[in-house]
Design a protein around this ligand. Structure first.
Ligand code: ATP
Length: 320
């Protein structure tokens, strides 16, 4: 292998820059060239490709977002798009590719690998929803951002003895909601994995907590479970407790990555280069049982992960 390409794809995540930096510098230290591909598979198809030197990634490890930009690309879901992607790689001399993103991005990487481009996936998503790995780049920063924001909402909520519904990211994965549920001491957590949304149960819970002297009631709602603002109106009408909704939104994606995200991203980026340098392809980097490791992309994509019932049960037990 002589030249490694790197791209970020799907939703951005804090720590992606640390991963890009690691890919660039690990490659250079092994005597390989590196090319950055802008805007995910879109930039690949449009040949938005630049040479990257060690200096080009200076001062990026602490920056949120991705210096390579990211995008979703419907054309790359077609066989013609994938064929063209492989041709562009060949044209630019890219014989190894690191794809930083989520499951969708890995499905794209798998297609390129089948077309003869050595490809490795690095898990970058704030959702922690990639089954083969215990850690995904961006989760720690995002969950800490959400936790700090919820602390602030809680201060004002307690002062006014309100109920607060706080919507966090995670349309299909409730890890941010569950972790914040414990870290912020939420009274209720609504997760997509445990979709048994029962508004009457929530209402009864708010009323019984009031009777037990609780001054606030925090409901953490993973994005996509109902409509927080109208939920708040209905709950207020049913309980008589002033209820407000706060949607944290995209703030959870931004910001300087935490130490944990920088370290995991750096290790995983370097590991991806090591795999390519060893002639490997069609693999996803993961972190499992205390070690950095790698999985076949097919196997990784076929794995399923569910939120911990025990963690959920404890979160409820601690909110009495
Ligand atoms: P996130 O977890 O942040 O959503 P993701 O990588 O899962 O990240 P997707 O939008 O699912 O995000 O995928 C990113 C891109 O990967 C898509 O826009 C598309 O270009 C490519 N992709 C997704 N699925 C496939 C597929 N089955 N075949 C080829 N390419 C795909």
């Amino acid at each position: 292998i002589k030249t490694i390409g790197v791209l970020t794809s799907g939703g951005d995540a804090p720590g992606m820059n640390a991963a890009i930096r690691a890919v660039v510098r690990r490659s250079i230290s092994k005597g390989l060239n590196v090319k950055g591909i802008y805007k995910g598979y879109n930039g690949l198809l449009n040949e938005e490709i630049v040479d990257l030197s060690a200096r080009d990634v200076s001062d990026t490890i602490s920056r949120g977002g991705t210096i390579l930009y990211t995008a979703r690309c419907s054309e790359f879901r077609t066989a013609e798009g994938q064929q063209r992607g492989a041709e562009v790689c060949r044209k630019h001399g890219i014989d190894g590719l690191v794809v930083i993103g989520g499951d969708g991005s890995f499905a794209g990487a798998q297609k390129l690998a089948a077309l003869g481009i050595n490809t490795i996936g690095v898990p970058g998503t704030i959702d922690l929803d990639i089954a083969c790995t215990e850690y995904t780049i961006g989760f720690d920063t995002a969950v800490n951002t959400a936790m700090q924001a919820i602390d602030k909402v809680r201060d004002t909520s307690t002062s006014h003895e309100r109920c607060s519904i706080i919507e966090v990211m995670g349309r299909n994965a409730g890890y941010i909601a569950l972790w914040c549920g414990i870290a912020n001491g939420a009274e209720d957590i609504l997760l997509p994995e445990k979709y048994d949304y029962d508004e009457q149960k929530l209402i009864n819970n708010i009323i019984s907590n009031r009777k037990r002297g609780k001054k606030h009631h925090i409901i953490i709602n993973a994005e996509g479970i109902g409509h927080s603002t109208s939920m708040a109106r209905r709950i207020e009408a049913a309980t008589g407790v002033e209820t407000r909704a706060t949607i944290l939104g995209h703030m959870q994606r931004g910001g300087s990555p935490t130490c944990k995200d920088r370290v995991y991203a750096s290790m995983m980026g370097a590991y991806a280069v090591d795999l390519l340098a060893d002639g490997k392809s069609d693999r996803v980097v993961g972190y499992k049982d205390g070690e950095y490791t790698d999985f076949d992309i097919d196997e990784a994509l076929a794995m399923h992960k569910s939120v911990s019932e025990y963690q959920f049960e404890v979160s409820r037990a601690l909110s009495i």
